[in-house]
Design a protein around this ligand. Structure first.
Ligand code: COA
Length: 460
């Protein structure tokens, strides 16, 4: 059997049969009894019995506060997200009061640990603007010549490719990693928009646009300016995108993509490898990829539920989703549930408020109300269908796609926008791991395989 003729994932008939044989062979020898996890005290998903995460590190960067322990039991509370000791809601309020952009300030705070002075912020903002250009010929060689239908895949490959354009790629000193971090934070949106334009041309057969960015624009303004064919945007739109970016910038050391970044960092590998791993993780539908999944799920609900205002009909469809009878058959209600938050996710609260403001008196209001119904009904349906006792709330991904949709941002950019914001957090954690970690992250796996004899080939 050869795999060389399996093109673009579509295998010819006889190869599909061969692959089925391989799968059968795999299944025969690769069962692990789920009860083994309890028997050996293995913390599946690195979770304790009460659902809390196994403590894997110490950080100064962020606190994700979702419950309090009361007499040994988790007591639900409204969630809080705290960057370097400052509640993200206060950070956003501060920028709103002064009517200015805040993502650059949030990145400074996350990276360096303190709010920037006026001069520091102005200098840092202009440094980021200066660094957003990609290296000479990078766009032609790495983005135009090797497009991808998936922008997250293109982001990861482009970040890895930047290694070859960096004379000090492997140097893990603070000076060098901070330089690489600032460059990556500045360049990620440029790569995202360029990859999107190329995807439009190659896969969607539409025109692509490469507008040179304006030096005085913030990161959020630059994204809207370079993404849209006519370069136009309103201040309200850019400020809302900026707010979304602040909310997505960081989420503690234990979230899957940040932990992946820290795991790779702890091995002493280069910045590009560590950040590409974070992007790969964020792409997953249980993590950042959930924002695009929510929109697909909503399309299914809209198609199959006749009366969106009828709770019984919506609940029945949600039950079918959980029973894996429709949608993507995963059994998930995307945008609901969280590993840490219980009563509420502060990011969802803020995004919902903003989504409602945008949707009011527009054609989007019915869709917003449908999302609101999903949020309201999902916990009781989950409990009725699966007997799930855990309190689940809407997470950041339930309303972010709706906000992006109203900002006329295409769905293929929803998760890449998350990555272009979270790059700030990933870099802060990489630097912290390098400076304070000091030991390769290396958990253990309990081996349950039985000993067997090696049998010579002609005797098998
Ligand atoms: N839809 C269906 N079932 C859900 C669910 C959801 N949104 N959220 C939790 N559950 C189920 C889980 O599948 C699990 O059941 P299982 O033991 O049969 O697998 C049970 O409830 C307990 O899961 P929990 O401990 O709350 O979740 P977790 O910490 O393992 O996972 C998420 C957290 C976020 C991955 C999970 O809630 C989820 O899959 N949500 C949907 C995807 C999503 O929106 N991701 C974005 C996160 S910001």
């Amino acid at each position: 059997m050869t795999f060389s003729s399996v093109k673009y994932g579509v295998a010819p008939e006889e190869e599909r049969a061969d692959i089925k044989i391989l799968c059968d062979e795999y299944r025969k020898y690769n069962h692990i009894d789920p009860s083994a996890f309890d028997r050996y005290g293995v913390k599946r998903g690195l979770r304790n019995a009460d659902g809390t995460g196994v403590m894997a590190g110490i950080t100064n960067i962020c606190n994700v506060h979702g419950y309090v322990m009361d007499e040994g039991e988790k007591a639900p509370i409204d969630g809080e997200l705290i960057y370097r000791g400052i509640n993200v809601e206060k950070l956003i309020e501060g920028c709103e009061k002064e009517d200015r952009y805040g993502y650059e300030e949030a990145v400074w705070l996350l990276l360096f640990g303190n709010l920037p002075t006026k001069t520091q912020l102005a200098d840092f903002t202009s440094l980021l603007a200066h660094m957003r250009e990609l290296p000479d010929t990078f766009t032609e060689d790495m983005i135009l010549k090797a497009p991808s239908p998936n922008i997250m895949n293109k982001l990861a490959r482009s970040v890895l490719a930047l290694y070859s354009y960096d004379e000090d790629a492997d140097d893990c000193s603070l000076e060098n990693v901070l330089r690489q971090s600032v460059e990556l934070i500045a360049r990620m949106p440029t790569i995202m928009v360029s990859a999107y334009q190329v995807k439009r041309r190659f896969y969607d057969h539409k025109s692509m646009y490469f507008h040179p960015p304006k030096a005085h624009h913030s990161i959020a303004q630059t994204i809207l300016y370079t993404m849209r064919s006519d370069k136009t945007f309103t201040e309200e739109e850019a400020k809302l995108l900026d707010k979304c970016m602040i909310l997505h910038a960081e989420h503690g050391g234990g979230n899957n993509s940040t932990f992946a970044t820290r795991v790779l960092t702890s091995s002493g590998t280069d910045t590009y490898s560590a950040i590409a791993a974070g992007i790969g993780s964020l792409k997953g539908p249980l993590h950042g990829g959930a924002n695009a999944k929510v929109m697909h799920m909503m399309d299914c609900i809209k198609e199959n539920v006749k009366d969106w205002k009828n709770d019984d009909e919506v609940a029945e469809y949600l039950a079918k989703l959980i029973r894996k009878e429709c949608g993507d058959l995963s059994g998930k209600i995307y945008g609901m549930g969280h590993a840490v938050y219980t009563k509420s996710d502060p990011r969802a609260r803020i995004l919902k408020e903003n989504a409602l403001k945008l949707a009011q008196n527009t054609e989007f209001i019915d869709e917003f109300m449908l999302l609101d119904s999903v949020e309201r009904l999902a916990p009781q349906v989950l409990s009725a269908v699966k007997g799930e006792k855990k309190i689940i709330c809407a997470n950041v991904d339930l309303y972010s796609g709706m906000v992006y949709k109203m900002l006329r941002i295409p769905p293929e950019l929803y998760t890449p926008l998350f990555a272009s914001s979270r790059i700030g957090g990933w870099c802060a954690h990489r630097v912290e791991e390098l400076i304070t970690g000091g030991r390769i992250i290396r958990p253990a796996y309990k081996a349950v395989s039985k000993d067997c004899e090696y049998i010579p080939l002609n005797e098998r």
